[in-house]
Design a protein around this ligand. Structure first.
Ligand code: MSP
Length: 651
């Protein structure tokens, strides 16, 4: 039975063109929406524009145009941008839609009738940039903290929404629903706000000052204030009150916002819903800020990154991948082009792109591009472990995606990619191809790798839909037949032997950093090594690895695995251990016997080509798995520079 799923982005102000921040939130919503479609939920994805208020009126005036013409123009920029970024929204709401206005009036009237709205004179410090009054304690050096301008003192009569009376109810509700606001730091922030008494919320503006709003149903001389108008878009977009979509999707609604609008979404909105007699949202998912060159990215600071520009330079999928992989949902992140280029070259071109082209190229070279049969008995003999590896990757991936931890979901996929690249190195299909007798092994290895690629193409779909489709096409699926359902992705051996594969393609070419944005100057002629480090780890992470000195007792080749040697090592334990090492091309057995080597002693045992390996020998390698430059790879075993008792720990 499909479960309903409803996801929203903030509706963006039309006083600025779309920028990276808007793109990030909307891509997050798109990724989560595609993921839920993948797990067969019936989804509804909403985005749109927030078009009323002072700010918009002033922006229109600046452009010498009417508010109507102005909002039409900027709203269209957002609406036209999203399809170019593969955003799969079901609806695009505008607060100037008449149907939205009707819902706002209906709810305001309901809350007014029950006595939660009152009329009063108010004098206060008003920031025109924020469109709100500020209490003295909120100002920094007497200025608005966001705009760094002194607010103006204005006095007017207005309508107020009584929030204080719902304060205890909201505290209790948040406590009873621990994952209502997530990640937890933002839940704590909201609870901290709620330790202070809540001020009542001013919800109106006199028409004498602003006409560009929704008229209050109980006073024609006033329009409603920005949040009462804006937040209700999430309800009106579902066709409330009569449309069945409201009954289906409202009970499961989840919002995504950045931390800048935590207070309206974490406090005003649940209280408004409570007062209106509507259920509170299920989750508020709050992310951090993208900072450009260490400063908050915003149009007033003039350092806005054009998302479309970068997408055109580096490709849409690479751009989407970078945003999802680089930011830990909930924390701030720094945006810079260098990091983007680095991720493209290491994660996309090197890891995924290389794996894809190696496997498809080998399928063409050894099997004329026809998917080979794979014998389960041979798979068992080779102990490739693909179903288990895939099972583990899918389990972590689904868990992390559901919790908005996109970077962790992607790490799980990349672990599988790296394992598959290792399988190629260890099984060396080019060696298997040399003898007729190892044809069944070659078939099994290539088939298992193709199946792994199929699974990867499914898992990356929410983040990189175009790349997923390209991969599936090259795995022989017809364009009308791509599978993006988790049950199909999980189906082991879905790829039919005998399928003809189209010729290979490059998924992600390596890219160069543009000159002007290069990180630092280097002396002319200097050789700059291209080193791509793995992500930083802590001392505790490292301490989990048990490195020991071992003495090599015995060495044997392994049948059909020309790169591998079976070692027996003395680790100071009562019995010798067996260990498989991929160094047969670099050492003869005689060279190794008696040598003291360094091993990872607490690595989970695994079978390689049917031989149990309990640990891993450490070796230095002059090159990564990518030997496209034709250079000869050097591999040397690590050793100690004076004899040590076997089992000595390395600290
Ligand atoms: N119109 C209101 C929201 C009303 S929702 C009922 C508004 N609009 S906005 O155009 O200012 O958009 C704010 C949102 O844009 C943030 O919450 C976030 O989703 C996104 N971002 C804007 N700048 C951002 C960054 N620098 N980094 C990440 N996201 C940011 O507030």
């Amino acid at each position: 039975m499909p479960q309903p799923f409803y996801i929203t982005t903030p509706i963006y102000y039309v006083n600025a063109k779309p920028h990276l921040g808007h793109a990030y939130t909307t891509i997050c919503a798109d990724v989560i929406n595609r993921y839920h479609r993948m797990v067969t939920d019936e989804t509804f994805f909403l985005t749109g524009t927030d078009e009323h208020g002072d700010k918009i009126m002033r922006a229109a005036k600046k452009e010498n145009t009417t508010p109507r013409a102005y909002v039409d123009k900027i709203s269209a920029l957002f609406r036209e941008l999203w399809p170019q970024m593969n955003i799969s929204n079901d609806y695009f709401i505008r607060t100037t839609d008449p149907a939205h206005g009707n819902v706002v009036q209906m709810i305001l009237q309901r809350i007014y009738d029950q006595g939660d709205i009152y009329f009063s004179e108010y004098e206060g410090k008003y920031c025109f940039g924020c469109e709100r009054f500020y209490a003295d304690r909120e100002l920094v050096d007497g200025k608005c903290p966001d705009h760094q301008t002194a607010p103006e003192t204005i006095k007017e009569s207005n309508y107020f929404f009584k929030m204080g009376q719902y304060q205890q109810w909201l505290i209790d509700h948040i406590r009873q629903h621990p994952d209502m606001i997530r990640p937890e730091r933002y839940r704590n922030e909201v609870l901290a706000f709620l330790r202070e008494p809540l001020d009542d919320l001013c919800i109106s503006r006199p028409k004498s000052r602003i006409k560009w709003g929704i008229t209050l149903p109980f006073d024609k001389d006033y329009v409603t204030y920005v949040w009462f108008d804006a937040l209700l878009n999430y309800v009106s977009a579902l066709g409330y009150p009569e449309d069945a979509r409201f009954d289906k999707f409202w009970p499961v609604v989840q919002h995504i916002v950045a931390k800048d609008i935590l207070k309206p979404h974490g406090i005003y909105w649940p209280i408004m819903l409570k007062a209106a007699g509507l259920p509170v949202y299920r989750h508020l998912n709050v992310h951090g800020y993208w900072n450009v060159a260490q400063s908050k990215m915003s149009k007033s600071l003039g350092n806005v990154v054009e998302p479309l520009q970068l997408k055109n330079v580096y490709g849409l999928d690479a751009f989407r991948f970078f945003l999802m992989r680089e930011m830990v949902f909930g924390l701030d992140a720094n945006f810079n082009e260098e990091a983007l280029v680095q991720r493209i070259n290491s994660d996309l071109a090197n890891d995924l792109g290389n794996l894809f082209s190696r496997v498809i190229t080998m399928a063409h070279k050894y099997f004329k591009g026809v998917v080979p049969q794979s014998d389960p008995a041979i798979e068992a003999e080779l102990s490739l472990g693909m179903p288990e590896r895939i099972g583990r990757a899918i389990e972590t991936y689904t868990q992390e995606m559901a919790g908005f931890a996109f970077h962790k979901a992607l790490s799980a996929v990349w672990e599988l990619i790296n394992q598959m690249n290792k399988i190629i190195d260890v099984t060396a299909p080019w060696e298997l191809a040399k003898a007729k007798s190892s044809l069944p092994q070659l078939q099994a290895v290539i088939y298992n790798l193709l199946e792994g690629l199929r699974v990867i193409s499914g898992l990356i779909y929410p983040i990189m839909p175009d790349t997923a489709a390209t991969m599936q096409k090259h795995l022989g699926y017809a364009p009308d037949q791509p599978f993006f359902k988790i049950e199909t992705i999980k189906t082991w051996k879905h790829l039919a032997p005998g399928t003809q594969l189209p010729k290979s393609t490059t998924l992600f070419p390596r890219v160069e950093m543009p000159k002007a944005a290069a990180p630092s100057e280097t002396a002319p002629g200097a050789i700059v090594p291209k080193i791509e480090l793995k992500p930083e780890i802590t001392l505790e992470d490292f301490a989990r690895v048990d490195l020991r000195v071992a003495t090599v007792l015995k060495v044997e080749p392994i049948a059909r695995a020309q790169r591998l040697l079976k070692l027996e090592i003395d680790l100071g334990e009562p019995e010798a251990r067996s260990l498989v090492a991929g160094i047969a091309e670099h050492y003869t057995p005689d060279e190794l016997i008696g040598k003291q080597v360094i091993v990872v002693a607490n690595l989970k045992p695994a079978k390689l080509m049917g031989v149990l390996s309990k640990g891993m020998l450490l070796a230095a390698s002059s090159d990564s798995s990518d030997s496209s430059d034709g250079s000869q790879k050097q591999t040397v075993a690590l050793t100690v520079d004076r004899p040590m008792p076997p089992g000595s720990p390395i600290k």
